[in-house]
Design a binder for this molecule. Sequence first.
Ligand SMILES: C[S@@+](CC[C@H](N)C(=O)[O-])C[C@H]1O[C@@H](n2cnc3c(N)ncnc32)[C@H](O)[C@@H]1O
Length: 210
Amino acid sequence: MAKRSRSSGRWLAEHFSDEYVRLAQEKGYRSRAVFKLMELDEHDRLFAPGTTVIDLGAAPGGWSQYAARRVGASGRVLALDMLPMEPLPGVTVVQGDFLDDAVFHAMLEAIGGRRVDVVLSDMAPNMSGNRNVDQPRSMYLAELAFDLAERVLGPKGSFVVKLFQGEGFQEYVARARKAFGSVGMRKPKASRARSAEIYLVGKGYRGADR
Ligand SMILES: C[S@@+](CC[C@H](N)C(=O)[O-])C[C@H]1O[C@@H](n2cnc3c(N)ncnc32)[C@H](O)[C@@H]1O
């Protein structure tokens, strides 16, 4: 067996002592990430029964689980990830790489012209540790998520996207301010302080005159 590095040992120790990991297990959620979305929802009221949601970068499925519960039987959740994801009640799963044009279009097809109320993206690339590589990769994923949101969101739709502060961040926020009636930047409690991630929440989509 390969020897575990000291840093991965530290990660495991932190993971198991993390109160959100414990809580997620206790409550039957697939990931600790669910507590980030819960806090965003409490603050920004993202979901209502009957709403249609797209969840990008959904595996293992915490956000989709929570969204499916919030939108209820009359709502719809469409989840995408490049990794396989165990099925969830009320969630349609598409597996594929969002950077692949065919996958982007498969998502549009799965929506079938319906208007979407909420687009979520918790996507993040595999971090190399080199900011010059990681930052453009994560911004590119966020840009593509924005492109999809602009194609599918209905009037007053909402958009939640994980961003990393660095090059391209300010321009991204400026783009969001043009497209949404309100834009907030949130750092949920469950987001680790040492992580540079931050969530942009755009509400009141202005551009849905389709
Ligand atoms: C932080 S995890 C998401 C956790 C999820 N929100 C939850 O609650 O379980 C980020 C996910 O983004 C996915 N991802 C990253 N790049 C992707 C891409 N290009 N296409 C599809 N999924 C991608 C990863 O496979 C990973 O599962």
